[in-house]
Design a protein around this ligand. Structure first.
Ligand code: FMN
Ligand code: COI
Length: 345
């Protein structure tokens, strides 16, 4: 497989069609799902000439954590639906690539076991704040003890998105034997139904979380400038511009289209972006428009379904090569050389 899209084609052949639909699908008419890729494709890169460097610097430091490239692994649920060892295979590949894995709260391997599988891996933990604060705190303590270095709080899910493919397929729960291991309490297994996506979660919960943990807090799912300003005022450490890969509210804008206004409002906080990143050129466009890094969701799952650990490694190495190629073609020696002049909107 030479491109991320080729990994998707192979994954589609290998996966149970119901599980493929869960991974691939979006909410409603999937307008936003398509828009993420389409808006990136519509932007043009404007290269400089007669400059650059013999070797390119791709590394970034995010909230004190170094990554060898500006491409992180977004939190995605249920990796054991894609490959038998699930998140264990993913984390081995992420550690080999020296980037950051954002572990989903809905992982099918416990965060402690993910951390033990690759002790060098750099992990952040994604959290849906639960109305049951004692339960939320217990999960935060597990993530801290496992060595996670940041909490990524998903704030775009006051309710689960209307995923019509899953409704048609009757896919509402994991098959027997697979569990949400981060929700396990004692001997009772964790079920995805236990994850409350609650409209009652508010800024007060973010303040509560800041009191509960020393970990830096990153809000995932920001799309509006005024929310970025509130986040900066609330003492969070970073933002992720995200529409959940088009899986929550359909017809919200493509993330690349709102990135600049969020960056301008974020008061210097690091701003990451996800949604539709499939090529090195997409990564450059997001960095040029102010992102500190991007994250990829589905392509990692496609790598995992196609070839397990090797597949995730393949996906990460291909996007790294493409970022390097796009940089040299743009006349840049470093990801830090990019600015808005490199993109024609
Ligand atoms: C199958 C799947 C599961 C996901 N699970 C989660 C999750 O558990 N928590 C979360 O915050 N986001 C979740 N997301 C959203 C991703 O973190 C990310 O925002 C999105 O996939 C980025 O778009 P992309 O798939 O086009 O790269 C999921 C996305 C997919 C496709
Ligand atoms: C529904 C959750 C368990 C996972 C998620 O956020 C997603 O599927 O997008």
């Amino acid at each position: 497989m030479r491109t991320l899209r080729e990994y998707e084609a192979v994954a589609r052949e290998r996966l149970d069609p119901v599980h493929y639909d869960y991974f691939a699908g979006g909410a409603g008419d999937e307008v936003t799902l398509r828009a993420n890729e389409a808006s990136l494709a519509r932007l043009a890169l404007l290269p400089r000439i007669l400059r650059g460097g013999a070797r390119r610097e791709l590394g970034v430091t995010l909230l004190g954590t170094g990554a060898s490239m500006p491409v992180l692994v977004a939190p995605t649920a249920f990796h054991r639906l894609a490959a038998p060892d699930g998140e264990r295979a993913t984390v081995r590949a992420v550690a080999a690539a020296d980037t950051i894995m954002i572990v989903s709260m809905a992982a099918t391997v416990a965060v402690e076991d993910i951390a033990a599988e690759a002790p060098d891996a750099k992990l952040w933990f994604q959290l849906y704040v639960q109305p049951d604060l004692a339960f939320t705190e217990a999960i935060v303590r597990r993530a801290e003890a496992a060595g996670c270095r940041a909490l990524v709080v998903t704030v775009d899910s006051p309710a689960l998105g209307r995923r019509e493919r899953d409704g048609r397929n009757g896919f509402h729960d994991l098959p027997d034997g697979l569990y949400c291991e981060n929700l396990r309490i004692g001997d009772s297994p964790g079920h995805v139904r236990q994850i409350a996506m609650s409209p009652e979660i508010s800024w007060e919960h973010i303040a509560w979380l800041r009191d509960v943990t020393e970990l830096p807090i990153v809000l995932k799912g920001v799309l509006r400038a005024e929310d970025a300003r509130l986040a900066a005022g609330a003492g969070v450490a970073g933002l992720i511009v995200s529409n959940h890969g088009g899986r929550q509210l359909d017809t919200v804008p493509a993330t690349i289209d709102v990135l600049p206004e969020v960056v301008d409002a974020a008061g210097g906080l690091p701003v990451l972006m996800d949604g539709g990143i499939r090529r090195g050129t997409d990564v450059l466009k997001a960095l040029a428009l102010g992102a500190s890094a991007v994250a990829i969701g589905r392509p990692v799952v496609w790598g995992l379904a196609a070839e397990g650990e090797q597949g995730v490694k393949g996906v990460l190495e291909r996007i790294r090569d493409e970022v390097d190629d796009a940089l040299v073609q743009c006349g840049c020696a470093s990801v830090r050389d990019l600015d808005r002049t490199y993109v024609r909107c």
